[in-house]
Design a protein around this ligand. Sequence first.
Ligand code: ZN
Length: 328
Amino acid sequence: MKVSREILRQAGRELERRRAQADRELRQHRAQAYAAVPALERLDRQIADAGIAVLRALEMDRESAADYLLLLGQQNQAAQEQRRQLLTGHRFPPEYLTERHTCAQCRDTGFVGGRRCACFTQLVRSLQYRELSMDAPLEKSAFALFRLDYYPGQAAPGRQSPRKLMETALAFCRQYAAEFSEFSPSLLLSGPTGLGKTHLSLAIAGEVIQRGYGVIYGSAQNLFRRLERERFARAGEGSGAAEESLLDCDLLILDDLGAEFMTSFTASVLYNIINTRLNRRKPVIINTNLTDAELEATYSQRIASRIMGNYIVLRLQGSDIRQIKRSE
Ligand SMILES: [Zn+2]
């Protein structure tokens, strides 16, 4: 994985924050527990002293050292057990005085046995994804904030009302997010501007991120521009970190495809993203105002057919609700 120095710095700061938080939490717990049960403080001191007493074994001959260490071990175990009993006896959780790190493997140092811990790789990955994602307010685009009442409930004869159609789309997207896995299908949300496509896809992003997956979301325009800058900086030497992240994240969301300035670069990048991710069986969600025919005319028949042949297409219908939203 290619990682910028800035991302490594950010990851280092995050680990520092996690360690400080674990430390702060432990000190709060101690203050609270010691005030309620003073015997706990004496026990903790005894346990800490035993750690120092171990050093005395170094001055003994082998046999007495073994006896001495055995004794210390037994005493320590008894003290730990007593501590647990005191804690639970006073309705504290048994691990209340044990430092609780975000990652128990490396105790938030980022290293285990001289090697990078898996949590560090995970952290770097999510920082990279966040950096690539647009500054969209995910919390403002939650499913719970989706307002079906913006959509007209009246239907033309023989058709479903816009609200009914939206209700179906919303339910589909909710279920997609709730059941998301690396085997999830790709989606195309198509329909005119102002129907809530961005809201729906950001709500999916928010929920899938919360479930621990690596998601990149952004307007096609911003993401392509970013790749172009990267390609330019690397003077065409293969793909860079941003491009690899786009190809490899668990879920990629391209918002507003078709609004970007089309060049032969963007067309080839789009094809590469769609094709590579299909081959790797990694899902993509595309939002577009373009109709199927426009999609084909704007990009190419080969891109359009890759999308149409492999994505689940959700067609949203109705009129722009942004007017109603604004007038509230
Ligand atoms: Zn770790």
